[in-house]
Design a protein around this ligand. Structure first.
Ligand code: FE2
Ligand code: FE2
Length: 296
C-alpha cells in the first residue's frame, strides 16, 4: 500500500467536497429578466474611477449610475477574458496530470466553475445592455501568449492577481444593500466559488515556488508584474466613459490622476500583493510594473 503523501492532496480533497456542497448554476439561479432597480448604483459610487473628480461633479445623478454600470460591464469583460485564459492554462496543465488525483480533479472542477462564470458574465453584460469591452490588441496578444505558454509559479501567480483583485470589488458589492440586486447576486456566486480557487492557487503556487530555480523566479516576477499591470489597466476600459459623454482619453487621464481611484487600486491589490511578495514573486523590474499600474 503506498501512502501517497497524504498532505499533498488534502487541500484539493477538501475543495472537492466543498464544491459539491456549494456550487451555483447562474443560468437557473439568477432571474435575468427581473427589472433593474431605478436609481440604484452598480458599484459603490466611491469605487467609480471618476469619483471625487471634477468630471464626476459635472455628471447628473443618473449619469453617475450609468457610468458605474459601464464600469461593471468593463470589469466583467476583463473577468471573462481572463477566465478564458485561465481555463486554457488549467486544461493545458491537466494534460500532463494523473486524472485519478484529487488535484487534477479539482483543477477540472475549477474549469467547470469558470465555464459557468463566463456564461454568467456574458449574461450580465447582455442584461445591462452594455457593450463587451474587449482588451486592446496588444493585451489580447499577450493573453494568447500567456494561455499558450504559462506554467510554474507565473501561471498560478497570474491567476491569483486576477482573481483576488476582482474579488475585493465583489466582496464589497455583495455586502452593499443599496446596489442593484443583479450585480449583488452575480458577485455573491462568484465570491463563494472564487474563494476555493484562491485557496487552490495558493496551495499550488507554494509547491511551484519551492520547485522553481532563480531564473524561473526572476522570469515569474517580471511576467506577474506585467499581468498585474494589464489587469489594473483593463479594469475600466476607456470607452466606458463615452457612455456618459466623456471622451475616453479625457476620462482615462482623470481616473489616473484621481487620488480616490489610486487608493481603490491599491486597496484591491493589497491582499494578493502581500501574499505574492511574501513568497518572493514581487521584485526587480516586475515590481516597477506593479508601481506603474498604481497597485502599490
Ligand atoms: Fe470566475
Ligand atoms: Fe476563478
Amino acid at each position: 500500500m503506498e501512502a501517497a503523501e497524504p498532505e499533498d492532496s488534502a487541500v484539493a480533497e477538501r475543495l472537492l467536497t466543498s464544491s459539491l456542497r456549494t456550487s451555483y448554476d447562474p443560468v437557473v439561479e439568477i432571474d435575468w429578466d427581473a427589472p433593474h432597480t431605478p436609481g440604484a448604483y452598480w458599484l459603490p459610487p466611491h469605487r467609480s474611477s471618476l469619483y471625487g473628480t471634477a468630471l464626476w461633479s459635472g455628471l447628473r445623478e443618473e449619469q453617475r449610475v450609468e457610468l458605474t454600470k459601464h464600469e461593471v460591464a468593463s470589469t466583467a469583460s476583463a473577468g471573462l477574458w481572463f477566465e478564458t485564459i485561465l481555463m486554457q492554462m488549467l486544461i493545458r496543465h491537466y494534460y500532463d496530470a494523473d486524472p485519478t488525483s484529487p488535484r487534477a480533479q479539482y483543477a477540472l472542477t475549477e474549469v467547470a466553475d469558470e465555464c459557468r462564470h463566463s456564461i454568467m458574465f456574458g449574461r450580465l453584460i447582455e442584461a445591462m445592455g452594455c457593450p463587451v469591452y474587449r482588451a486592446d490588441p496588444f493585451d489580447h496578444l499577450l493573453g494568447r501568449f500567456l494561455k499558450a505558454t504559462a506554467s510554474g509559479p507565473r501561471m498560478y501567480a497570474a491567476i491569483l492577481v486576477a482573481e483576488e483583485i476582482l474579488d475585493a470589488f465583489q466582496r464589497e458589492i455583495m455586502a452593499d444593500e443599496s446596489l442593484q440586486p443583479l450585480i449583488r447576486m452575480v458577485s455573491r456566486i462568484h465570491v463563494v466559488e472564487e474563494a476555493r480557487h484562491v485557496r487552490f492557487a495558493r496551495d499550488e503556487l507554494a509547491r511551484q515556488v519551492a520547485a522553481a530555480g532563480p531564473v524561473g523566479m526572476a522570469y515569474a516576477r517580471l511576467l506577474v508584474g506585467r499581468a498585474a499591470h494589464s489587469i489594473a489597466n483593463r479594469l475600466v476600459h476607456p470607452d466606458a466613459y463615452a457612455a456618459v459623454g466623456i471622451p475616453p482619453a479625457v476620462g482615462r487621464a482623470a481616473a489616473r490622476a484621481n487620488p480616490y481611484w489610486q487608493a481603490t487600486l491599491r486597496w484591491s491589490a493589497a491582499r494578493v500583493h502581500d501574499h505574492l511578495a511574501g513568497v518572493g514573486l514581487v521584485g526587480g523590474p516586475g515590481r516597477l510594473l506593479w508601481a506603474r499600474a498604481g497597485l502599490i
